[in-house]
Design a protein around this ligand. Sequence first.
Ligand SMILES: [Zn+2]
Ligand SMILES: [Zn+2]
Ligand SMILES: [Zn+2]
Length: 457
Amino acid sequence: MTTALQNVLARAADPDEWERFERQLRATGYCRRPLRLKGRVDSVDPKTGEVVRTYSTEDEPDGTLLKCCGNRREAVCPSCAEVYRGDAYQLVASGMRGGKGVPESVTEHPMVFLTLTAPSFGPVHSRRVDGGQARRCRPRRDGGTCPHGLPVGCSVVHDEDDERLGEPICAECFDYEHAVLWNALAPELWRRTAIQLPRELARLVGVSQKKLRVRVSYVKVAEFQRRGALHFHCVLRLDGLDDNGEVVAPPARFTEQLLIDAAQAAARHASFLSPAPPNATGRPIRWGGQVDARALDEETSKLTARYLAKYATKSTEAVGGLLYRLEGDDIDRLRVRPHVQRYVKTAWNLALRRELHPLKLRRWAHSLGFRGHCFTKSRRYSTTFTALRQARHEHVLRRNGELRDRSSDVRRWHYSGSGYRTPGDAWLAESGRKRAVEQRRVAREELRTNPLEGRRR
Ligand SMILES: [Zn+2]
Ligand SMILES: [Zn+2]
Ligand SMILES: [Zn+2]
């Protein structure tokens, strides 16, 4: 701490530099691992070719400009993840209630919340709640042991924070290979389900798919369960097709119930085998038995948007997984719970099989085989992250009175590192972030207790 304190005091010794450093921290949103850039921007008058203004990082503290890391994961950078979560919320919510280029009439479209789970890969400790009461994990009247000599049942009533939740009852009985293959192929399973959806809709209304004239738009997040398998939560919205490709309400016979039936049928239908060597059979890749589809109303829509946005900033956190891609001998030094180690090592070893090369399992071992994005949407569901970021950027420029044509700017940047140069700078950023979070909380609180007062500010 002495060094951090010395760093902070050194910064504070020059009030002007202190002020500029603080301004940079604020501009990155108190990012935890910002990029450090050096360089200059020459603003050129496009008519005369003359340099009218020059910005150089030489005048900045340490001759460096900080740029936020932009990571979406809360465990990596809480402040950048907060921005991402806000954007994810806007993406989900605007597809439900309109805005950001989506017509408000979407509120009239059938909308369904679909949850797809993985099948079982072996019994795990779980907390079962039945009629508001927690039940025993896996009661077996006759006891009995598995081929590895372990009891097949578990009569414990697990607490919500029990470390054993999601752990296999016998690790040797748990089919890690199948679980990894399933995680790796889940994006393909989803793709096939999405292709099957309009087919099921056509079947249910009794027309050919060509004459269907509706389309399912969706947004979905992947969520890891403690047992290491994925869950998918999707919002499905049924859109009509007009001749100009605009999003319009579908004909009246396309009801919410029809969409629910089609989604369940599509989920049951989608199934294939994992790649296998010649003369062998692959593992079945299909959804688990619980396919939950329910209609969304105004109230549940809001909760759902918040829920999806929250999961957009996570990955394997719920299983206590790894944050970064593994290299070389990392595999021998994994500091995660044994169950997750088995997943990671299984993925690492399966990668050697020729038929599984396309799954790039070493690259995705840290995410237990899953190589998809945690947050995805169909093109027409709503706007994009890029569009939201651009709008925010322009808003800042407009506020600072800097919005002008920058196409003629000549930029010469080079990257000089990432993260803070000293522990003191990192400490300043972290305490700044906490202060900003607290200020936002107080502002929200004031708005709630005295809405008029809050508005006048
Ligand atoms: Zn960041
Ligand atoms: Zn148990
Ligand atoms: Zn066993």
